[in-house]
Design a protein around this ligand. Sequence first.
Ligand code: FAD
Length: 398
Amino acid sequence: MSFATTVIIGSGVTGLSSAYHLARKHFGKIILLDKGLVGDGSSSRAAGIITGLLWSKAGVLARKISLALFRDLSQELEGYQFHAVGCLNLFDPSSWPEREGLLPLYRECGAPFEVLTAAEMHRRWPAIRPRPAYVGLHDSLGGYSEPDEYIPALARKNREMGVDIRESQKVIDLVVCDGQVRGVRTEMGFLEADVVVCTVHSWTVKLLEGLHLRLPQKTFVHQRYITCPLAAPAAIPAINANPLGGYVRPAHGNRFLFGIESVDRAEYRVNSTDFDMSELNAPLELRDRIRERFMPFIPALEDAQWEGEKVGLISFSMDFDPIVGPVKQFPGLYVASAFHSGGFAYNPVMGLLLAELIVDGKTSVDISEWSPERSDPRAVDDYLGSSITQAQVARRRH
Ligand SMILES: Cc1cc2nc3c(=O)[nH]c(=O)nc-3n(C[C@H](O)[C@H](O)[C@H](O)COP(=O)(O)OP(=O)(O)OC[C@H]3O[C@@H](n4cnc5c(N)ncnc54)[C@H](O)[C@@H]3O)c2cc1C
């Protein structure tokens, strides 16, 4: 297949990473299409936090690879550096037992972790004041990436490796002939391809409608806020503060970046392939909610002013695990989507796994449980026909 043509739809981090790994495998001609600019979707809006301590074997093994790749990419990509500050996952007494049950899995997979008391957390990071009953699950390999550094650096590397990145080229339809995917129809015309990879995230359900391919995915508005610079550096790890309903990490120039969930909000339906994320709004009252919830935990927040916010969409499948792999019904088509709020963290390994599937036909981690065709079609119809709030999906942060 050294003369194969692959069209990747969507140049968020998943599409960029897929192109990068296919190019590393010298897999013919690679064309990456985006209806807007590179990173225009949720990728440029992400907080970029990663932890390796997930809830399934496939997830933990995949994240181990992502964590290693973020470090490798820091060496390889000019202008990008992974911030290896660790990731602290916080729990209260009611949420801890469920997570505690996953510790044997982390040991089995060789994912390092430490369980910390509130006093130990405060001793290590004096800027935080966890409640005495909180339990900390520390992932020493975790950390974060700045999307504004990572995305342009990865796009540049792709171009250097010969990937043809075409912006402002919307895919209108996928073209199938004799049951096989043959390419895509864009606003510029037909583009022939041997392989089509669909990495359009929030637009997935709408774009694949044309093939009558129904994937059980729901999207929700999500927002993150950044403070103005503080007098002292934000000397904390990335923190998934589950009992506080949000997360916080250090950001460039002595800033904090906060994210907060809005569980009462209804799903957001992307009803048109023309949908643009700039149509979304971040409610200002959520800033007050962050201050109210986080100030006892991070007293330095009292002096902080808000500098800005970003708002995008996060997506969940019916069983809350990613949807990744070949679509057997349409040979030549691959899909990767529904990464809960962890698509940035997954992206290096997702690109690798997709490239392995396409080039080698097998993956270094068994991801068969993430197959796009794993769900009963009637259950998928019911799910897509229903309307839910974010409270009805699992809390799966980063
Ligand atoms: C506020 C916020 C904070 C987040 N924080 C984190 C975090 O800390 N850690 C983490 O791991 N994840 C986080 N996420 C989730 C993460 O951003 C996403 O999971 C991830 O960016 C998905 O990347 P993607 O490349 O799959 O999709 P996207 O970045 O959404 O890219 C999809 C692309 O497809 C293009 N496209 C759509 N339709 C078409 C078409 N018809 N033709 C051509 N192109 C098309 C779009 O223009 C877009 O560029 C966060 C999300 C939000 C909103």
